[in-house]
Ligand binder design. Sequence first.
Ligand code: DMJ
Length: 595
Amino acid sequence: MPSRRSGTPAFVLLLLVISLSFCTSSSELDSRWAAKKLEMRDKVREMFYHAYENYMTYAFPHDELKPLTKSYTDSLSELGNLKLEHLPTDYSGSALTLIESLSSLAFLFHSLVIMGNNTEFERAVGWLSKNLSFDVDARVNLFECNIRVLGGLVSAHILASDSKNRLIQGSYDNELLGLAEDLGRRFLPAFDTPTGLPYAWVNLKYGVMEGETTETSTSGCGSLILEMGALSRLTGDPRYEFAALRALRKLWSMRSSLNLFGTTLDVMTGEWIEHSSGIGAGVDSFYEYLVKAHILFGKDDYWRMFQSAYLAVQKYFRHGSWYHEADMRSGRATYWQLTSLQAFWPGLQAKVSDCNIINQVLVGDVRAANSSHREFFSVWEKYGVLPERYLLDYQTVHPTEKYYPLRPELAESTFYLYHATKDPFYIEVGEAIVNSLNFYTKVEGGFASIRDVTTMQREDHQHSFFLAETCKYLYLLFDDSFLAGRNYVFTTEGHPLPVLSDWHDRLPEAYIPSNWTYVKSRMPTERASAMSLQVCPATSLNLGEGQQPIESVCHVVDARGDHRCLRDEECGVDATSCRSRSCSIAGYCGLWLLV
Ligand code: DMJ
């Protein structure tokens, strides 16, 4: 007995020692991660500053910096896939990189603002207010000008006018909004087509030029709603939101029976030109804007569109962790290629999972996002940066698209996935990205793009999205304190727009297209996949004790609950294999071809 009595405290003591040492090591670990994050945050701030300062010294007020020759390029009028036939005559830059830097200045230097030190945001706003003019004979790409300039101005206006941010110490009289409105007005002639689909190019002074190309991309028509919608909400002029909405609705009506979209189309006829598409170039932000428009404006229609479009992506483009391209008509795979732009997709999946506004959690999709992210990162590690195009079937870089123009997409996904999972693995990924950028792309005059990832030969261009997005997402990965207590949606160019209940109001009746429904359905309360109506019980995953079942994202239910059918189309998609089910001779849905 005595031995028992004395044994118990010893045992308890032992437990205490074990648990204390565990606590110490886990808190040590936490503080090591915290220190790592601070160190990385400061490195990213330095990177931004180096890029920004060189731009201001050698390129401002032109559009973008040429870091190798320490000169500039007026690139806004040259952006996009469709090439200029003649250059504008009196176009001399729009301080594009400065506009793109505004929200990053607010985020990255916020702690300095609090200490009353930083006036750079205010200085930039002051300069733009006085000097920026859109009354120039410049043919600009509508999509690029919208996401970079309109988005940059609208977002910075909101940041500037929110006194909580303390970004403006002097006076601010909505000058950025005035500029944004002027630009928005200059966009409107582009929408004057029989279909409502906008031209890809518009001359800021003269509207659409004679003989202008009628070819545009899916993103060019379907990724305008955030910026133009925000402009309407801020100015009270519904024309911008209406034009963007009309184009989006027309585009939506052009989907195939498989709920797929092509990549390019004709704005006059509304016919598809390129039927093959994926989640990368020419289409990417269209998907992104469906879900973000739902978050920003609260309409269920956007969410429903996103659900169908997302499901079709998972069904026809996904191959394990990779995404290939497919023909919108048949769903048949066309190109087995990874593109650098696709790397935003895991971030979008994580963002949706994090979206408690819609009270649904894409549980299964964070897992899918994580495995795709790892694949993208493995290609990044293979080359040191992400090549523009990588041939999946040959496991090698595309022979002509070997470049890396400082794109943000992998950093963006890394930030969202860290936010969604808090897994320190993503901090390590962020660190690797920062180190690569500093090692391969940093030069005396800024950050240079990579022309060829196999030789790491540099190119004389520092794109404005390096400041708007790449640096911002890396910074937010290591320090998201600016986001605390704020609820933002980031545009495709990384410009924050706040989620405001006011913006969830209806548009004035006169501007509601007749078949556009605003009826809000009751939100499901249980945690489920965002494919809420199309999920199936988890059957395929080995669950550890106490683990939540993870639902398959590719499952599509059969048309009838009793699984009876007349045609293959009435059968859905199998949750485990992601294969389409077919209708048997006896009239039942199943994976009959596999039996
Ligand atoms: C950015 O301009 C935007 O993110 C756009 O949607 C596509 N990608 C570039 C940067 O890679």
